[in-house]
Every structure is written in C-alpha cells, then in structure tokens.
Design a binder for this molecule. Structure first.
Ligand SMILES: [Zn+2]
Length: 88
C-alpha cells in the first residue's frame, strides 16, 4: 500500500515538473520576433486571415492570449480590437 502511495506521489511530482517545464519552455519560447518575421515574409503571398480565413494582402498582426501571432484582415480587425489583442 505504501509503495502504491509512493508511486502516486512520484507520478504527481513528475506531472507537476512536466507542467513547470512546459510552461517555462513556452515562456522562454518567446522567439516571437523570428516568428513574426516568418509570418510577415509570407504576407506578400497573401496570408489567410486568422479569423475568417480569407486571403488578404493587408493583414494587421496581433499577439493573441497564447502569444500566438495572428494576421487579421481589415474586416476582422474590430474583432481583434474587441478581444484587446496586442497590436504588433
Ligand atoms: Zn478576416
């Protein structure tokens, strides 16, 4: 029985560590600058809007709640503004 509890505990600890690792990895992974560059590079070919998926030459770039970069077309821009996404 004690062994079983031990396994449970180490399992929980491992899960916790994994969670911390994932979070720290995510925050460290703020290579947003390079990703933004890549994103903008593609822009010339007409990137699809992240909201309506329509291709647009004139996208505005925002960082969403998860730090993901989204390209937003003119007509979806008010939606991004309403979500208070950080304009890039
Ligand atoms: Zn759109």
């Amino acid at each position: 029985m004690e062994l079983w509890i031990g396994i449970m505990m180490s399992g929980a600890a491992a899960a916790l560590l994994l969670g911390i690792w994932a979070v720290s990895r995510k925050s460290r992974n703020s290579g947003n600058v390079t990703r933004l560059k890549d994103f903008k590079k593609k822009k010339r070919n007409g990137q699809p809007c992240s909201f309506c998926r329509k291709k647009s030459e004139d996208l505005a770039f925002y960082a969403d709640e998860n730090g993901q970069i989204v390209g937003v077309c003119k007509s979806c821009r008010p939606m991004a503004e309403r979500r208070e996404l950080g304009r890039l």
